[in-house]
Each structure stands twice: as structure tokens, then as C-alpha cells.
Design a protein. Sequence first.
Length: 73
Amino acid sequence: MKANLIKLNNIKEKLQDKFEAMEWAMDERSEKWHESEAAQIHDDKMTAIENAIDSIDNAIDELSSEFNLEDLF
């Protein structure tokens, strides 16, 4: 079980890195780009990543408490 929780945490960290990279990319774009459909698609992807991170956090919390592994992270 610990190995699976560690894998989940690694996935979460990769998603967080991707989210941060997308934030930086968005900040570098022009004002015109921010008003475009591409910006909305980019924002939707960022929202999906945030939701995935939240879901993983919830799964880690639930599994950790169920199997008394709170000290793992």
C-alpha cells in the first residue's frame, strides 16, 4: 500500500510541476492571446490538472488514514 501511495504522490508532484509550467507560460503570453480561444483551452487544461491534484490528495488522505499511514507524507 505504501508503494501505491508513493506512486500517487509522485504523480501529484508531476502534475503540480506541469501546472506551474503552464502558469509561467500563460504569464508570458500577450494580452491579445489572453482574450483568445486558445487561452480558454489553456485555462480549461489548468483547471483539469487542479482537479486531478485535488482528487489525488483526497485519495492519499483517505488511504493514509484507512491504513494508518498518516506519517508517510
